[in-house]
Design a protein around this ligand. Structure first.
Ligand code: PAF
Length: 268
């Protein structure tokens, strides 16, 4: 596995493998079972697997949130190696946002609802960095988790609107046995807050926004940002709560049996 720090290194490394297919798994590190399911799918589908590992400052509104984001590069690299990743792209912030950087991608409507209302600018940061990763890696396929359902929808829109020749695969949420959706932010929860956080997945699994809101209102120690039905592909009931100083999101697809999906920019 080759770890590249610069755009030039990635391009050089991938130059010789372009006859085969390339799968890109964008991550911010702190890898967990959800990421591993994306890497596994990418490994099964492609000749070359690229994982990006970049904590993207442009998608964090608050500097405390950015500073507190878990960073475990050595461990992430071990997991990536075990998952059969060929190339890790782990750039410094200046490599992705050099002085004078001023070009942004805004998925306007989708980016301003739900999470976008509580995290203004978040999806602009996501869309911009993901498009830049696409431009650097030029993947045939890219892999996202259903856990961030709105992010997957934003990327689907981006691929479609800009006619990118990239297949998007969205893999199901991976949960702990007690139902908590795996998230890099779970590492920030105290044991008590982790127990409180279970109320979110339980509430959403009622399949009714009203029932979920009532259940969460009756839970101690949670601040509910929103619980809403979102008309995504597939439609989901999505929610966000704050538990202590940690913000968690989760969603449950409204049509049962939604397995991993894939679609391409030119045919959605
Ligand atoms: O889901 C994430 O980890 C990030 O939003 C992503 C897609 C890697 C962009 O920074």
């Amino acid at each position: 596995m080759k770890v590249c720090r610069t755009i030039a290194e990635v391009r050089e490394r991938l130059e010789h493998v372009r006859k085969g297919t390339i799968g890109l798994v964008p991550t911010m590190g702190a890898l967990h079972g959800g990421h591993l399911s994306l890497l596994e799918a990418a490994r099964a589908d492609n000749d070359t697997v690229v994982m990006s590992l970049f904590v993207n400052p442009a998608q964090f509104a608050e500097s405390a949130d950015l500073a507190g984001y878990p960073r475990e590069e050595e461990h992430d690299l071990e997991l990536a190696r075990d998952a059969g990743v060929d190339v890790v792209f782990a750039p410094a912030v200046e490599e992705m946002y050099p002085p004078g950087f001023q070009t942004w991608v805004d998925v306007t409507e989708l980016g301003s609802i739900l999470e976008g209302r509580f995290r203004p600018g978040h999806f602009r940061g996501v869309a911009t960095v993901v498009l830049k990763l696409f431009a650097i890696v030029r993947p045939d396929r890219t892999y996202f988790g259903q856990k961030d359902a709105q992010q997957a929808e934003v990327i689907r829109r981006l691929i479609h609107d800009l006619a990118l020749d990239i297949e998007l695969r969205v893999l199901p949420i991976v949960r702990d046995p007690d139902g908590l959706a795996l998230s890099s932010r779970n590492a920030l929860l105290s044991p008590e807050d982790r127990t409180r956080a279970l109320a979110l997945s339980r509430a959403l699994s009622t399949g009714s926004a009203n029932a979920a809101r009532s259940a969460l209102a009756a839970s101690n120690g949670l601040v509910v940002d929103y619980v809403e039905v979102a008309d995504f592909d597939p439609p989901v009931i999505a929610g966000a709560v704050r538990v202590g100083s940690t913000r968690l999101i989760d969603n449950v697809p409204l049509n049962a049996g939604s397995d991993s999906r894939s679609d391409k920019g030119d045919d959605t």
